[in-house]
Design a binder for this molecule. Structure first.
Ligand code: G16
Length: 540
């Protein structure tokens, strides 16, 4: 088999961020754009010759082509073994699990996660290391740096591998294994959760609707919920991965999963509504007429974790990303466990999980996970909830209300301000940072500022420093504003403003209770002054 060195020229916009390289699909379709990214990743790794690479995709437009390109480049770069899901499909948590199970060197995952797909949508690539975790920040920086200088690729010429059926074949000296994307993951879930108890729950008439958003989790959910657990047929909706996700924006939240939210609040509401995102690492939970915030959901998982035999005696501690409302902290405090606050980005949980400082972690962006894999895991979180419901025979509303009664309620909301003017977001954040000393003791109609600081982070395991991860503003009445720039926009910039307020009143409508805080945030951050009117605002 001939291996060719192909000359190439760098693109200067290839920057690996919070979750790898995420761009418009059209950007990826430029000559050698994908190839440069892949070769740059390989050029920054050492010692992979002869080892195993896993390749997975969420099935979005352009993945079918990209997967074939990566197979050929991986062979040319001398990986010895490539494992790939049938039709190229593998969810992000399933990849993370497979890396560990098959002791792979690493994995390339083709996804832009919750961002829409299609010709007009987004595409992305990310690399996960041998622990199954996303590449740490320093490796991501090395990929970006290499992308800016790359001048040659390694490639073979060969027909495409037929990914339509499970089989093994050898190309050159590389073994290619096309596997069932679902079975290993489903098997693992059965080792973690009490499937018999959940089966009984469904047998006794429990109803659920799971919206796979036409993205990667459909085949997993159909097999796990409908076949293994006996949920009635039709429990999984939008269950076939489509290249454009059927035009849906696969982000499980109150805005983009509105149909599911409407169902949960309707007369015909099932006992549980759930959804996941493009690559299967995020999730949303709703009971009958009851939305569970990601922060409350994480606190519930912590409260019940030791009731799941897999975790018995293994609740070491927990972590949340700093923007996530702090419902988890009270549970950890009560259970005398450490609660860490990390910057946004799953990679920051990696060292804590590996070092057994934490067993559980999660984020406001509808992600949660544990040491079972080194990624966030949407279906795992939903199975965790089903297991809790099966054990307690309570509704989601009852579970969460009991939590509030015990620990108080933390009301939370996130506002995303998207603008095409990237500089505007930078200016707002720079100006706010420079105003920090003057913010202390400022009074607004409803709140006064108690403390304000820039969030810098030192990894408790590696001591690695990560600076400038957002601005924390603590206010009177247990309120807090956290502000940062999104790391996952594929164009323009998005300012994220996270509001939270603790209260012993557990009955209020979050919209009403947080309205004055939203007004204070507008004034304090001077959003109108910096971003003007040309912003698209999303409230989750
Ligand atoms: C990615 C990271 C998450 C992070 C999120 C933040 O999610 O994996 O850890 O919370 O980005 O997004 P933003 O920067 O837009 O707030 P995903 O699901 O897109 O991979």
């Amino acid at each position: 088999m001939n291996i060719f060195a192909v000359p190439t020229k760098p693109y200067l916009d290839q920057k690996f961020g919070t979750s790898g390289l995420r761009k418009k699909t059209a950007d990826f379709q430029q000559e050698n754009y994908l190839e440069n990214a892949v070769q740059s990743i390989f050029d920054c790794l050492t010692g992979f010759e002869g080892k195993t690479l896993i390749i997975g995709s969420d099935g979005r437009y352009y993945s079918a082509h990209a997967v074939q390109v990566i197979i050929k480049m991986a062979i040319a770069n001398q990986f010895g073994h490539i494992i790939i899901g049938q039709e190229g499909i593998l969810s992000t948590p399933a990849v993370s699990h497979l890396i560990q199970k098959r002791q792979a060197f690493g994995a390339l995952i083709l996804t832009a996660s919750h961002n829409p797909a299609g010709k007009e949508g987004d595409f992305g690539i990310k690399y996960n290391i041998s622990t199954g975790a996303p590449a740490p920040a320093n490796l991501g920086d090395a990929f970006s740096d290499r992308c800016s200088k790359i001048d040659r690729l390694w490639m073979i010429q060969s027909p495409d591998v037929d990914l339509s059926y499970q089989h093994e074949e050898t190309l050159g000296s590389t073994l290619i294994e096309v596997i069932d994307p679902v079975s290993d993951y489903a098997q693992y879930m059965q080792e973690i959760f009490d499937f018999e108890a959940i089966k009984t729950l469904f047998k006794n008439g429990f109803k659920m609707t799971f919206n796979a958003m036409n993205a990667v989790t459909g085949p997993y959910a159909k097999y796990i919920f409908e076949e293994l657990l006996g949920a009635e047929s039709g429990t999984v909706i939008n269950g076939t991965p489509l290249p454009d996700f059927g035009g849906l924006h696969p982000e499980p939240n109150l805005v983009y999963a509105k149909d599911l939210v409407d169902l949960a609040y309707s007369e015909n509401a099932p006992d549980l509504c759930a959804a996941s995102d493009g690559d299967g690492d995020r999730y949303m939970i709703l009971g009958k007429s009851f939305f569970v915030t990601p922060a409350d959901s994480l606190a519930v998982l912590a409260e019940y974790i030791e009731k799941i035999p897999f975790y018995k005696g293994k609740f070491y501690g927990a972590a949340r990303s700093m923007p996530t409302a702090d419902a988890l902290d009270a549970v950890c405090h009560k259970l005398k466990k450490e609660c860490y606050q990390t910057p946004t980005g799953w990679k920051f949980f990696g060292s804590l999980l590996e070092d057994k400082k934490i067993s559980l972690c999660g984020e406001e962006s509808f992600g949660a996970g544990s040491f079972h894999v080194m990624e966030k895991d949407g279906l795992w979180a939903i199975l965790f909830w089903l297991n809790i419901l099966a054990i307690t025979q309570k509704t989601p509303q009852k579970i969460v209300t009991e939590l509030w009664k015990k620990y108080g309620r933390v009301y939370a909301k996130t506002y995303s301000y998207h603008t095409n003017d990237t500089e505007a977001v930078t200016h707002l954040l720079d100006s706010l940072s420079s105003r920090i000393p003057g913010l202390i003791d400022l009074s607004f109609d409803d709140y006064s500022v108690l403390k304000a600081s820039i969030f810098n982070y030192t990894d408790p395991v590696s001591n690695e420093q990560t600076t400038n991860q957002g601005i924390i503003i603590d206010l009177s009445k247990g309120a807090r504003i956290f502000v940062r720039a999104s790391g996952t926009s594929s164009s323009g910039a998005t300012l994220k403003v996270y509001l939270s307020q603790k209260s012993t009143d557990i009955q209020s409508d979050p919209k009403d209770l947080l309205q004055p805080l939203e007004k204070t945030a507008q004034d304090l951050l001077q959003i109108q002054k910096y971003l003007g009117d040309k912003v698209e605002i999303t409230e989750t």
